[in-house]
Write a protein that binds this ligand. Structure first.
Ligand SMILES: *[C@@H]1O[C@H](CO)[C@@H](O)[C@H](O)[C@H]1NC(C)=O
Length: 345
C-alpha cells in the first residue's frame, strides 16, 4: 500500500529532486532518459514476466476471494476504509464491488510498456541477474477507496492499480507507473518465494522467524492492515531507552478512527509501531526509538515495514541501477544487485 504523502514526496524527489532534506535519502535521478531509451529499443520477445489484464468484474472476484485478508481485518480497518464508526465486513465487500474499474486502452498500453516486465530478459542478461519467475501476474484497476486511496497494492500475484495513479502529469506518467509496478512486483516475489524474502530482509538487518507473531488482541486491534504485508514474522534490533530489543514493526495510528475525514495517511495520525517480540503488548512509537533511522536508513522514507522499504530499494536497483541516483545508502542497492547476480533458481 502506498502512503500517498510520503510516497509522493519520495517520488517528487525521485523525479525532480534537488530538494535536500536531512532524512531525504534520494537526491538525484540521473537516468530517466536512459530508462526511456531502453524501452524504445525493446522487442516483444523480451517479455518473460507473464501477465494478463483483468476487467472490473474479474478484479472484484479476485479481490473478494482473498478471504484470509478480509476476514482478518479489525474494526479499525473497517472504520478507516468506510469512514464510519462500526463499519462491517459486508459494507467493505460492497465497497470493493463498487470501486473496481476497467482499464482504458491508454492505461493498458502503459502497462504493456512497463520497463521491468518488457525488458526483464535484457535486464537480467545485461546485469547478470536471475529473478525468480512470475508467470501469473494479474493487473486490475480500482479507485482504491477500499484501501483508502493507495496508489497500488497486491494480493497474491495480483497487482491492483489505483485510479489516481494514472492522474499523474503525462510527462512523468510512464516513469511513475514503471516505478510503482516494479515496487509491487517485489511484493509478489516475496510472497511467492520465501527464501527470496528471507534473503532480501537480511540485507537491512531483519530476520524472519517461521511463525507469525501471535499478537494479543490489544495489539492486533491497533494494526492498520496492509495487503502487501502478509506476514508479521520479521524482527530487527532496535535501541529503546538505552536497551537493545528485538522488535517487529506494525503500521498503526496514534488513536482509533473517530470521525469522517480521519485518514491513516495523515502524518499526524499514522504511526510506525515498534513492538518487542518478547513483549507483544507494548507498542513504541518509531519516533521514540533512538536508532530507528539507523536501522531503516535505506534510501526511502517509506519505512513502515521492511517489506515496503525493500520494495522501494528493489525498484531503485532495477530501474535506476547502481549509479542511477545518489543513494544515501548505496550498500543496500549494491547488496540487492549482488544478490540478484548470485540468485539460484
Ligand atoms: C457503535 O457501536 C457502539 C457499541 O455498540 C455504540 O455505542 C455506538 O453508538 C455505535 N456508534 C455508531 C455511530 O453507530
Amino acid at each position: 500500500m502506498k502512503f500517498n504523502l510520503i510516497f509522493l514526496f519520495g517520488l517528487i524527489l525521485l523525479l525532480i529532486s534537488n530538494i535536500v532534506d536531512a532524512k531525504c535519502t534520494v537526491k538525484k535521478i540521473k537516468n530517466v532518459k536512459n530508462v526511456r531509451d531502453l524501452n524504445q529499443e525493446n522487442d516483444e520477445s523480451n517479455i518473460e514476466i507473464n501477465y494478463h489484464i483483468a476487467d472490473a468484474e474479474e478484479a472484484a472476484n479476485l479481490l473478494l476471494s482473498n478471504r484470509d485478508y478480509y476476514e482478518n481485518l479489525n474494526q479499525n480497518d473497517f472504520n478507516f476504509r468506510l469512514q464510519i464508526l462500526n463499519a462491517t465486513l459486508e459494507e467493505l465487500e460492497e465497497l470493493v464491488k463498487r470501486e473496481v474499474r476497467d482499464f482504458t486502452e491508454k492505461e493498458k498500453t502503459i502497462i504493456d510498456n512497463c520497463f521491468l516486465i518488457k525488458n526483464i530478459k535484457r535486464i537480467c542478461k545485461e546485469r547478470g541477474y536471475t529473478l525468480p519467475p512470475l508467470n501469473d501476474i494479474v493487473f486490475a484497476k480500482t479507485t482504491s477507496r477500499e484501501e483508502y486511496g493507495s496508489n497500488a497494492y497486491t494480493h497474491g500475484t495480483e497487482i491492483y492499480l489505483g485510479e489516481t495513479l494514472f492522474e499523474m502529469e503525462d510527462e512523468y506518467l510512464d516513469i511513475y507507473v514503471n516505478g510503482i509496478i516494479s515496487h509491487e512486483i517485489f511484493h509478489c516475489l516475496t510472497r511467492k518465494y520465501p527464501n527470496f524474502r528471507r534473503d532480501m530482509y537480511s540485507i537491512i538487518g531483519f530476520t524472519i522467524v517461521e511463525k507469525d507473531f501471535e499478537f494479543p488482541k490489544e495489539t492486533a486491534d491497533r494494526i492498520i492492515s496492509n495487503p502487501d504485508v502478509e506476514h508479521h514474522n520479521s524482527y530487527a534490533t532496535f535501541e529503546i531507552n538505552g536497551e537493545k530489543k528485538d522488535c517487529t514493526l506494525i503500521f498503526t495510528t496514534v488513536r482509533p478512527f473517530e470521525k469522517e475525514g480521519d485518514s491513516f495517511f495523515d502524518t499526524d495520525l499514522q504511526m510506525t509501531g515498534v513492538v518487542p517480540i518478547n513483549d507483544l503488548y507494548t507498542i513504541y512509537d518509531a519516533n521514540d526509538v533512538s536508532n530507528f533511522w539507523d536501522v531503516l536508513e535505506s534510501n526511502t522514507l517509506y519505512a513502515i515495514d521492511p517489506e515496503e522499504t525493500l520494495a522501494d530499494n528493489f525498484m531503485y536497483t532495477i530501474i535506476m541501477g547502481l549509479d542511477g541516483m545518489d543513494y544515501s545508502t548505496p550498500r543496500i542497492i549494491e547488496s540487492i544487485d549482488a544478490y540478484l547476480k548470485s540468485y539460484k533458481l
